[in-house]
Ligand binder design. Sequence first.
Ligand SMILES: O=P(O)(O)OC[C@H]1O[C@H](OP(=O)(O)OP(=O)(O)O)[C@H](O)[C@@H]1O
Ligand SMILES: O=c1cc[nH]c(=O)[nH]1
Ligand SMILES: [Mg+2]
Length: 211
Amino acid sequence: MRLHVADHPLVAHKLTVLRDQDTASPTFRLLVDELVTLLAYEATREVRTEAHTITTPVAETVGTKIADPRPIVVPILRAGLGMLDGMIRLLPTAEVGFLGMKRDEETLEAITYANRLPDDLSGRQCFLLDPMLATGGTLVAAIDYLFALGARDVTAVCLLAAPEGLKAVEESVGDRVDVKIVVAAVDERLNEKAYIVPGLGDAGDRLYGIV
Ligand SMILES: O=P(O)(O)OC[C@H]1O[C@H](OP(=O)(O)OP(=O)(O)O)[C@H](O)[C@@H]1O
Ligand SMILES: O=c1cc[nH]c(=O)[nH]1
Ligand SMILES: [Mg+2]
């Protein structure tokens, strides 16, 4: 597993406003969108490309285009949906699949309640979106899901990660899948309810209200 932590003053600024409990949903959604676009730049650094010949008004030249098969972006519902627009703004030709997962707040087990993905992901570059990597249960289950469909190249874009979650992903995934995790920040720890500290609270609730 490879970890990239964004080191940029704009990311730090936006994250600070995002964490503030007084930041209401409309601003929270806007900040998530802006942060993802900044993270997407790094997350797509290894997107597969191929040479492409074009003719400019001046001369013929060989440029670069995103290669087929197109990458697939997979937001993990609910909270990951808030990251989708920011991601496909940079990767508009990507396909989009969906995974609905919910952490059982008692057992902390990830429950998959919905999926809409191609049957075969072999050879596809996959970008998973989920703002919070806490215990890692959700991301591990999502990676396992993609792995079972043939994916071997997965980049997870998260806003915050706990050290405990990063360790869980590393231990579970091993060398099975080439996993890169791009985060805005790695926080201190989890609290007794497995919330990230200092974190930002429940990302899904802050985006969409309490369900
Ligand atoms: O690393 P973990 O311990 O598994 O926790 C992280 C998960 O918890 C949150 O989702 P939640 O279950 O609250 O669902 P929601 O997006 O519908 O709010 C978050 O968006 C992650 O998916
Ligand atoms: O801090 C946390 C942990 C899990 N899920 C969240 O939304 N926030
Ligand atoms: Mg939630």
